[in-house]
Ligand binder design. Structure first.
Ligand code: KG4
Ligand code: ZN
Length: 354
């Protein structure tokens, strides 16, 4: 029997059992990661090789360098993941891989590797959307969490508010009309001379600043649950240049705190409004920006006050990792979705039909 027909049978058997130990692969940007996840909920291994130090030299991700570093990192990560999980290849039931969105060369590394691995080891291959992966990190962080819930997804390239009806079933409630939240953090960090990646370091600096020291514009958006960061970002950058020209120095801590407050208020206001109007009882957050300390505190404080259960994964599961891909992959497998060996990387893959 051919590989693909054989895999359909294997996947069907796993679906009937409702159990699977999944080896998952993530390489969409500047982190190479392989994880082992049990039944979509239990983290058995989480091996990551970060390239941040190298890209920091250039002030941002250099796609060609990212692809090459993924190639170098991926094989040792397999050994590391199996070692952490205490399992052998035979124990793995299926392989899940991020096939988009992301940098095409970076994605291709993981996709090609996962296809070769799945074929050689005779395991079913599951295609995973990176953004759906971010949402699914919540299933690992909160094993009793089940949809429906409203999830704020905020990363370097995406900012959405999503109604999660069931794993794999999403309704887009709102999102950014221009820049992603992480992109805004990174660009404002640059004018504060904070090295790449700006978001986490700006967050640290902001912890020591006064968030009322500077008044920045609060943009209006046409959609009730939409956000816009481009105007705020431009205003913040222009004002910094203007002050510089006037010979005034800006207080980086206060600047960071005031900017962070604007972004976080916007994200939290809209998420809470969307959840309230949708009649949800639980709010979750996902993506790199969900590791922002003020965002976590404010969602928890204001969400709980409004009677929501608030779920946010620990920071290490908010930023890119393969555990989230293993969780999303499990639910895709249970829904009967498999990739064929002609799976390609889709850099602009969408999660929602607009
Ligand atoms: O989800 P992620 O790791 O990668 C993408 O899929 O994009 O998100 C990375 C983004 C970057 O823009 C980074 O600056 C931002 O998340 N980020 C943060 C924090 N940690 C990461 N932004 C604000 N505060 C943080 N603590
Ligand atoms: Zn991501």
């Amino acid at each position: 029997m051919k590989y693909e027909a054989r895999m359909r049978e294997k996947a069907e058997a796993l679906r009937r059992e409702g159990h699977a130990l999944i080896l998952s692969v993530e390489s969409s940007c500047d982190e190479t990661a392989i994880a082992v996840v049990e039944d979509g909920r239990i983290e058995r291994a989480n091996a990551i090789a970060s390239q941040i130090d190298v890209h920091a030299l250039y002030g941002g991700v250099v796609p060609e360098i990212a692809s090459r570093m993924h190639v170098e990192a991926i094989d040792p990560l397999l050994d590391e993941a199996l070692r952490q999980a205490g399992v052998g290849l035979d124990d793995i039931d299926a392989v899940a891989v991020t096939y988009g969105p992301g940098l095409v060369g970076a994605l291709l590394t993981g996709v090609s590797w996962a296809k070769a691995f799945a074929y050689a080891a005779d395991k079913p291959l599951i295609p995973v959307n990176h953004i759906e992966g971010h949402v699914s990190a919540n299933y690992v962080a909160h094993p009793d969490l089940n949809p429906p819930f409203v999830c704020l997804v905020a990363s370097g390239g995406h900012s959405h508010i999503v109604y999660v009806e069931a794993p794999g079933h999403y309704e887009l409630l709102g999102g950014t009309t221009d820049d992603a939240a992480g992109e805004a953090f990174d660009k404002v960090a640059r004018i504060l001379k904070i090295p790449y990646p700006g978001g986490p370091l700006l967050d640290k600096l902001a912890e020591e600043g006064n968030d009322r020291a500077y008044e920045f514009p609060r943009p209006h958006t046409p959609g009730k649950y939409d956000f816009s960061f481009s105007g705020l970002k431009t205003a913040v950058i222009n004002r910094a240049h203007h002050l510089e020209q006037m010979g005034e120095t800006i207080d980086a801590k206060d600047w960071a705190a005031s900017f962070r407050r604007c972004v976080v208020d916007m994200l939290v206001d809209k998420t809470l409004a969307a959840a309230k109007d949708r009649g949800a009882s639980c709010i979750a957050a996902a993506g790199g920006v969900a590791s922002n300390s003020l965002l976590r505190r404010e969602l928890e404080r204001r969400g709980t006050k409004m009677g929501f259960r608030v779920c946010v994964p620990p920071p290490r599961l908010c930023t890119d990792n393969a555990v989230m891909i293993g969780s999303a992959g499990f639910y895709r497998l249970m829904a009967g979705e498999l990739a064929t060996l002609d799976l390609n990387a889709l850099p602009a893959l969408e999660m929602f039909e607009r």
